[in-house]
Design a binder for this molecule. Structure first.
Ligand code: ADP
Ligand code: ZN
Ligand code: ZN
Length: 759
């Protein structure tokens, strides 16, 4: 038996491939294999195959098993992973393997994952009894019975697509002798990869499905759709549409046109938050009901169960999934027939992964579109300044939706409430809610309209303080205050998770009068319940939505009109199409005006535009009240005029002046040490080593500095900023720097981040 050698990418920081021996025929590049690594067995991805090995062959270990149930990843996908690895300064395996669903990285699960699912078919008795035995109004049951009658057989997920409780129903029908497992299916080769077994027979045949109403496009929408549909080759679009302008409808029509022209094409639709997937999924399912096959529309996000996510991923990988709807991680899905990419709310910081491979899904989406020569649509009411600048230079084509789509829905009126002025006139706020805001909330309640109160801080109060001695409750493990969570009687660190019960008295001086300082969403919820009697107040933030599915339930309560005042963090600000919200109150926005982060203004403006955009979407006149101490600030003025363009151009001019992104390219080296000294020394040594790297003279190096929150969970953190007017020079320098960094010791961890968002 002749042997071959494979070079395998493993999820390991060493920037090399790992050599293994295997028997012929060797797996092709892109194949998943299980290999021994140290004492463990791990799954890796074959990157290269050769007839000989550079490593003495007696030292090589054997490939343990080859994943044959799964078609190899394409060379195109490998090129994507290789690009991301190089750009974000990681090993190929650190990109490729975490991009796969967990179930695929466990050889023990391979057989089940790829096994053909059992198929159900009607028996003669079933044909005689169904559907007459069913209650007349049981629509889903009838559809299931009809599908069984029409198709030779159905598998479990086809059945579940027709009827949510299909598992129980099929078991019941089996017990009655109406349904049996089809033993004659000789699962096509490759199990799940045999394609759409059953083919056209899977088409839901019911004519009962409610017809979808497609709105008449506005002239601007129609032009945007036409331009996208007519584009050839790589075509990046910036869809700049004010809130409520109907960007979703543009995506839907662009996909319709795509599938008309190319029935087998795949589209990737990215949304910034898991919470937005149900709303999008519903819209896409309703519109694309004609796509056959149960997994023609799939979602991909991190809150899915392992098995479910693996099924979605495989549906994308085999081309069965025609629409893949997901959060940032979906940008690395395998999509052999990818023909259109949509990135909704492209400005969202959530598209940037903040740990491990710190990639920008938006940027990778554009790269992927270029690689495949297809269109990519970046949609936003408040585009990132990076994308806006690309459009200004003509590198992205701008599509503008300047007005709201629903007839009579105007953008809301923005009013600034001057907190100083209120105080001077003796009209103080009640626990942070000013008189005008309270009055506006009451008026909405009387009219039966909904209000939304936005505050980007969760918990009850950001800190607990002692008036007598000045003590502030801090985290023993971090250089940060702990947040009071009153209902749980807990102090909680939002950085490391440390938790303690609220003390009865000041631990420093014994004073029992310790009091919460400042306010978070819980406190505002409590205040509003007291201030607006009779109002049903609901809070949505990371704390109130911890359980799986709870966010969706809470949002549907809002949509169902069971809530009068919705209080929340940025979770409530984006994307949601609330129909009856006519008032938005903004609390505590000022804090971001004077941040030392140069992107804070851009982020605040986007957040406020987005949250304002929740008001008045369905024709009710909308109003936004912003409480501020700086009513004359330029940012609030631009907000009041809904003037994104003015804000963007002014901010870009400042950035150009100050030589900040997008006019320069940045990278950060972060280090974590047992002491701050260790971290700073590491960074200083790393910086000194940069001088020896050819080309590094085009890179500006800043001093190593402690991070704003310098200690988290007893680890001290510092960072070093690199900057260059040339992206190529910066990347080349980083590449050459890597071996030096690996040779330096003395810290617990270090990492390089390219295009950092938080500095
Ligand atoms: P955006 O994402 O731009 O904020 P949405 O896509 O949520 O806006 O659309 C806002 C509302 O406008 C939705 O309720 C949508 O159904 C409606 N809509 C979109 N296009 C049209 C149209 N052409 N005519 C009427 N209503 C529309
Ligand atoms: Zn005290
Ligand atoms: Zn902590």
């Amino acid at each position: 038996m002749s042997e071959a050698f494979v070079r395998v990418a493993l999820d390991h920081p060493l920037p090399t491939l790992f050599d293994y021996r295997c028997v012929e025929p060797a797996p092709v590049p892109g194949t998943l294999v299980a290999v021994p690594f140290g004492k463990r067995s791990v799954v890796g991805l074959v990157a290269e195959v050769s007839a000989h090995s550079d490593v003495p062959t007696q030292r090589l270990r054997n490939v343990e098993s080859i994943c044959t149930g799964c078609a190899p990843l394409s060379s195109e996908w490998l090129a994507l992973a290789a690009f991301a690895a190089d750009y974000y300064q990681r090993s190929l395996g650190e990109v490729a393997l975490p991009a796969l669903p967990q179930a695929l990285r466990d050889p023990a699960r391979w057989p089940r994952l790829f096994a053909a699912a059992p198929r159900f078919r009607l028996t003669g008795a079933g044909r005689a009894a169904l559907p007459d035995a069913l209650p007349a109004r049981a629509g889903a049951l009838r559809r299931l019975a009809q599908a069984l009658a029409d198709a030779p057989s159905l598998d479990g997920s086809d059945a579940r697509a027709l009827h949510a409780k299909a598992n129980a129903t099929l078991a019941d029908w089996q017990a009655r002798g109406w349904v049996e497992i089809d033993a004659n299916v000789d699962g096509e080769p490759g199990g799940a990869f045999g394609g759409d077994a059953g083919g056209a027979a899977q088409k839901p045949r019911d004519s009962a499905r409610a017809p979808v109403t497609r709105p008449v496009l506005t002239a601007e929408q129609s032009q945007a759709v036409d331009e996208i549909a007519a584009s050839q080759g790589f075509a990046p679009f910036l869809l700049h549409g004010v809130t409520g302008s109907g960007k979703t409808e543009v995506y839907l029509r662009a996909l319709e046109r795509l599938f008309e022209a190319a029935p087998q094409a795949q589209a990737l639709v990215l949304v910034p938050e898991i919470n937005l997937t149900p709303q999008f999924e519903a819209a896409f399912r309703a519109r694309f009901a004609m796509l056959t096959g149960h997994d023609s529309i799939v979602t991909l996000h991190s809150a899915m169960a392992d098995g479910e996510r693996a099924r979605s991923w495989l549906a994308a990988h085999t081309g069965r999934a025609r629409i893949v709807l997901g959060t940032r991680l979906a940008v690395l899905a395998s999509l052999p027939s990818l023909a259109l990419i949509v990135v909704d709310e492209e400005h969202e910081p959530a598209y940037k992964q903040q740990e491990g491979l710190r990639y920008s899904a938006r940027d990778l989406a554009v790269w992927r579109a270029k690689q495949r020569g297809i269109a990519v649509v970046l949609g936003s009411a408040t585009p990132s300044l990076e994308s806006w600048w690309h459009a200004e230079q003509g590198r992205y084509r701008r599509l503008a939706l300047s007005r709201r789509a629903v007839a009579d829905a105007a953008l809301p009126a923005v009013r600034l409430i001057d907190l100083e002025e209120e105080r001077r006139r003796g009209r103080g706020s009640v626990d942070g809610i000013s008189g005008p805001l309270a009055a506006a909330l009451k008026a909405r309640l009387e009219r039966g309209e909904q209000s939304l109160v936005f505050l980007n801080r969760r918990g009850y109060a950001p800190v607990l303080a002692c008036d007598a001695c000045g003590w502030l409750a801090g985290c023993p493990r971090c250089s940060a205050y702990v947040v009071l969570h009153k209902s749980e009687h807990a102090l909680r660190c939002h950085h490391c998770g440390w938790e303690a019960r609220v003390p009865r008295a000041c631990p420093e001086c014994g004073n029992v009068d310790i009091a919460p300082l400042g306010r978070g969403t819980q406190r505002v919820e409590e205040t509003l319940a007291a201030l607006v009697p009779g109002a049903r107040v609901l809070r949505i933030d990371a704390d109130s939505t911890r359980r799986k599915g709870s966010a969706q339930t809470l949002f549907s309560n809002v949509h169902a009109g069971e809530v009068d005042i919705l209080v929340g963090t940025q979770m409530i600000a984006k994307g949601h199409d609330f129909q009856r919200v006519s008032l938005v109150g903004v609390l505590n926005a000022d804090a971001a005006l004077f941040s030392h982060d140069f992107r804070a203004g851009e982020r605040l403006f986007a957040q406020l535009m987005q949250v304002s955009g929740r008001a008045g979407r369905a024709g009710l006149p909308g109003e936004v009240l912003v409480q501020t101490r700086y009513p004359r600030h330029a940012l609030y003025h631009a907000l009041g005029r809904h003037d994104y363009v003015g804000f963007a151009n002014a901010t870009l001019a400042e950035r150009r002046e100050a030589r900040l992104p997008p006019f320069v390219y940045q990278a950060l080296l972060r280090a974590e040490g047992r002491t701050l000294d260790a971290a700073l020394t590491f960074l200083a040594d790393a910086g000194a080593a940069l001088a020896g790297i050819p080309g590094s003279e085009r890179v500006t190096l800043y001093d190593a500095v402690p991070m704003t929150i310098v200690k988290v969970a007893n680890v001290h953190r510092a960072q070093l900023l690199l900057e260059s007017a040339s992206r190529a020079a910066l990347l080349a320098t980083l590449r050459a720097w890597q071996p030096v960094l690996r040779s330096l010791k003395g810290v617990l961890r270090w990492s390089v981040e390219v295009d950092p968002l938080d500095i």
